[in-house]
Design a protein around this ligand. Structure first.
Ligand code: PLP
Length: 398
C-alpha cells in the first residue's frame, strides 16, 4: 500500500508542474479534476462552466454516458491492434465519415491534427512528384500544427521562425484575398492548404465566396485543395464539415479535435486521385485509428444533434451581440465557435475575470476571446454566460 497522500491543491500542482515540465506551455491557470456535461471542477472543488471544451475537442461535453460506455466497452474488449491487423471500429468509422461527406474518398487515421496534416502533406508531395509541380501555397496566420512538415505550412511567424528555414517552398498569401490566391497558385503549385475559418488566428471567417474561389483556382491550375478542418468540423459550425456550407469539396480533408470527443484521433481523407496516391508502405502509424479512439468517435458522431448546435449557436451569438459594453467590439465566427472581439488587448484579463466568475474561456489573441463550448451546451448554460459577461468585461477593464 502506498502512503495516504493529502489531496493535491492547485498551488502545489502549479509549483510541481513548473518544476517537472518543459516551459513551452507556461503554467496553466486552473488544475482540473473532473467534468460532467459543460461543467468542470478544479482540484479545489470549484465549479466552472466550460466554454472552451478542451479547444473545440469535447464535442459531447465531459463524461457523456454514450462516450463513457463506448470507450469502456472497447478498452475492455480490444484496445489495440496496430496496423498489422484490422478491427471493425476503424472500418465503421471510415465508412461513417465517408457517408457524412457524401463524396467517394479514402481515409487514413492518425492520432492528432498535426499528424493528419502530415499525411496530407505527404500525399501532396507524391502528387507534386507525379505531376512535376514544386510549391505549396498557404495562408498568413494559418495554423496547421507543430511538427516540421505542418509547421512549414503554418503562417504564424512567431511559432515558425525559431525553427526555419524549412526544406520546402511554401508561399504565404493573405487569408481571404482571392486575388492574391489566384496570383500565387500557378501551374507549378502542388497544393493549397486552407482553414475554412482560421481558428488559432482568432476564429476568423473568410469573406463569402472565398472557398468557392479557392476551389475554382485549384481546378483551373490542377493544384490540390487541402481543407484543414481540424478545428472547424464535426458539427462545430452547425454542419458536419464547415466546407459543406460553401458547397465545395476539397481534394484532401484533415480532421481531429472534435472527432474523438476527447480521445486522440486524427483523420486525413483523400477524394478522387488524392485518395489513391499512397502506395503500400508509403505511410503508417502504430496507434492511429486505434479501436478505443474509433469507438469514441463513433459515439461522438451518433450523439451530435446539428439542430441543437444551430439553435444553441444562435442563442449564444445573439446574446453576446446584444451586450452593449465598451470593451466588446463585436462577435465573429460560425456556429458554436466564436470570438468575442475586444476594443483593447484585454483578452488575458477577460479570461482571468471569467474564471473568477466560474467560466472557462480562452484568450486566443490579445483582443479575441474564444468560445467553443461542448456541442451539448444547454440554453440555460448559454444564458448564464451571457448574463455574466458584462460584469466579466467590466472586471477586466479595472
Ligand atoms: C489544432 C489544430 C491543428 C493541430 O492539431 P493537434 O491535434 O494539436 O496536432 C492543426 N490545424 C488546425 C486548424 C488546428 O486547429
Amino acid at each position: 500500500m502506498s502512503e495516504q497522500a493529502a489531496p493535491a491543491t492547485q498551488p502545489s500542482l502549479f509549483d510541481r508542474f513548473e518544476r517537472a515540465f518543459m516551459p513551452n506551455y507556461g503554467v496553466p491557470p486552473v488544475a482540473l479534476a473532473r467534468g460532467e456535461g459543460t461543467r468542470v471542477w478544479d482540484v479545489d472543488g470549484r465549479e466552472y462552466l466550460d466554454f472552451i471544451g478542451g479547444i473545440a475537442v469535447t464535442s459531447l461535453g465531459h463524461a457523456h454516458p454514450a462516450l463513457v460506455e463506448a470507450v469502456s466497452r472497447q478498452v475492455a474488449t480490444l484496445a489495440h491492434t496496430s496496423n498489422l491487423f484490422l478491427h471493425e471500429p476503424e472500418v465503421l468509422l471510415a465508412e461513417r465519415l465517408l457517408g457524412l461527406l457524401g463524396s467517394p474518398g479514402r481515409v487514413f487515421f492518425a492520432n492528432s491534427g498535426t499528424e493528419a496534416n502530415e499525411a496530407a502533406y505527404k500525399l501532396a508531395l507524391k502528387y507534386g512528384r507525379r505531376h512535376g509541380r514544386g510549391h505549396f501555397v498557404a495562408a498568413e496566420n494559418g495554423f496547421h500544427g507543430r511538427t516540421i512538415g505542418a509547421l512549414s505550412l503554418t503562417g504564424k511567424k512567431a511559432i515558425r521562425d525559431e525553427f526555419g528555414p524549412f526544406p520546402v517552398d511554401v508561399r504565404f498569401v493573405p487569408y481571404g484575398d482571392a486575388g492574391a490566391l489566384k496570383e500565387a497558385v500557378t501551374g507549378d503549385c502542388i497544393a493549397v492548404f486552407l482553414e475554412p475559418t482560421q481558428g488559432e488566428a482568432g476564429v476568423v471567417p473568410p469573406p463569402d465566396g472565398y472557398l468557392v474561389a479557392a476551389r475554382e483556382i485549384c481546378d483551373a491550375t490542377g493544384a490540390l485543395l487541402v481543407a484543414d478542418e481540424i478545428q472547424s468540423a464535426i458539427g462545430r459550425t452547425g454542419h458536419w464539415f464547415a466546407h459543406q456550407a460553401d458547397g465545395v469539396v476539397p481534394d484532401i480533408l484533415t480532421l481531429a479535435k472534435g472527432l474523438g470527443g476527447g480521445l486522440p484521433i486524427g483523420a486525413c481523407v483523400g477524394f478522387g486521385e488524392a485518395g489513391t496516391l499512397f502506395a503500400k508502405g508509403d505511410h503508417g502509424s502504430t496507434f492511429g485509428g486505434n479501436p478505443v479512439s474509433c469507438a469514441a468517435a463513433l459515439a461522438v458522431l451518433d450523439n451530435i444533434d446539428l439542430d441543437h448546435v444551430k439553435r444553441a449557436a444562435r442563442r449564444l451569438r445573439t446574446g453576446l451581440e446584444e451586450i452593449g459594453h465598451p470593451l466588446l467590439k463585436g462577435v465573429r465566427g460560425r456556429g458554436l465557435w466564436l470570438a468575442a472581439v475586444l476594443a483593447e488587448p484585454a483578452a488575458a484579463r477577460v479570461q482571468e475575470a471569467a474564471a473568477q466568475a466560474g467560466f472557462l474561456v480562452n484568450a486566443l489573441q490579445p483582443d479575441a476571446v474564444r468560445l467553443a463550448p461542448p456541442l451539448v451546451v444547454t440554453a440555460e448554460e448559454i444564458d448564464a454566460l451571457v448574463s455574466a459577461f458584462p460584469t466579466i468585461l467590466t472586471e477586466a477593464t479595472r
